[in-house]
Design a protein around this ligand. Structure first.
Ligand code: PLP
Ligand code: COI
Length: 338
């Protein structure tokens, strides 16, 4: 791909050669189909359009120094899509079908897997939605599963440099017993006001608190939150956040590095006590946070006072990325070579 500037790729959509599709009809999944079209015909009464029967995933393919392409913990994405599907009564995608589709989409678009050393990767977007027609509020009987691929750079333009976050209290992305733990489109629709409002004010992302009391930290836009203090990695326990595969991996890597890993509710005021804080996710990787502003009270929590990411976040970032790109051994068996 001689005309792509790999080192300067944004986190955006670029057309690749092929995508994979599969449909669920008459109670069963059909064969995988390869398409070179970016469009699909869809019934005007599809439940995915009207009632939000839609869930997606996000994972990356990384090119190593050895030229090999690696996927990171795809089984966890398959399981999470299964949970999302069950949560909003869609036909789940069998793990084998998910595996075949993601491996195929990487192989077919191999020329779009960014070269090693550019910091970029090939982002895979599996998406499942109701394509059967219904007008009453009920689950569809037909579903479509698609996986497309697009090369991406860092989610936050800062890359591995401190970002500014704003606490949003005038909208919620998910209710305590709602769909926050599922990766369904409706959660992202609910977050758009917060995302746009905070961008306009010069912040990279909104931070959401628990919807009921606005007392505890939930998550940061499309990433989980973590804080570091007293040699502990602490991340929120909540019924309304997405269980991040990156966060789950960092909890393990922290323990490997001799750092205690804890999941528990985190009151907002505790931000005053953290030595380092960050956002983590497939797109965000680890984004160190330099500032968290409460837009309502005007209080600002500051971190990275020398302008640089903290030592624990840096060590975790380097270890995670080194495993993903195959620079160091993969002690937990997280990586699949395509
Ligand atoms: N939280 C939300 C709301 C997300 O959209 C994502 C992205 O997938 C994450 C957290 C991070 O999850 P993961 O590390 O599995 O990508
Ligand atoms: C991801 O980290 O994969 C995400 O889903 C983030 C966002 C682009 C929705």
């Amino acid at each position: 791909m001689e005309n792509l500037d790999w080192g300067k790729l944004p986190f955006g959509y670029i057309k690749t050669d092929y995508n994979i599709r599969c449909t669920f009809k008459d109670g069963k999944w059909g064969e995988l189909e390869v398409s070179d079209s970016e469009y699909l015909p869809i019934h005007i009464a599809a439940t995915g359009l009207h009632y939000g029967q839609e869930a997606f995933e996000g994972l990356k393919a990384y090119r190593g120094k050895d030229g090999k392409i690696r996927l990171f913990r795809w089984i966890e994405n398959a399981k999470r899509l299964h949970r999302s599907a069950e949560g909003i009564l869609m036909a789940p995608v069998p793990e084998k079908l998910f595996e075949e589709a993601i491996l195929k989409v990487v192989k077919l678009n191999e020329r779009f897997v960014p070269p090693y050393g550019t910091g970029a990767s090939l982002y895979l977007r599996p998406v499942l939605f109701g394509t059967g027609a219904e007008v009453g509020v009920k689950p569809a009987s037909e579903y479509t599963f698609i996986v497309f691929a697009t090369p991406v750079g860092p989610y936050f333009k800062e890359g591995f440099n401190p970002v500014k976050i704003a606490i949003v209290k005038d909208s919620d992305r998910a209710a305590p017993l709602g769909t926050g733990t599922l990766k369904v489109g409706g959660n992202y629709a609910a977050s758009l006001r917060g995302v746009v409002e905070t961008h306009h004010k010069g912040y990279s992302s909104p931070m959401y608190l628990d919807a009921k009391e606005k007392k505890y930290i939930d998550e940061i836009g499309a990433a989980n939150f973590f804080g570091i203090k007293d040699n502990c990695y602490i991340t929120p326990e909540s019924t309304s956040i997405l269980p991040s595969i990156t966060n789950m991996s960092l909890l393990t890597l922290a323990e490997d590095l001799g750092i205690k890993a804890i999941r528990r509710p985190i009151p907002v005021e505790e931000l005053d006590t953290f030595e380092e804080v960050g956002a983590c996710g497939t797109a965000a990787v680890i984004s160190p946070i330099g500032e968290i502003a409460d837009l309502e009270t005007g209080k600002v929590y500051k971190f990275c006072k020398d302008g640089r990411p903290g030592p624990v976040s840096t060590k975790l970032y380097e270890t995670l990325v080194a495993i993903q790109y195959g620079d160091i051994p993969d002690p937990h068996g997280w990586v699949t070579i395509v």
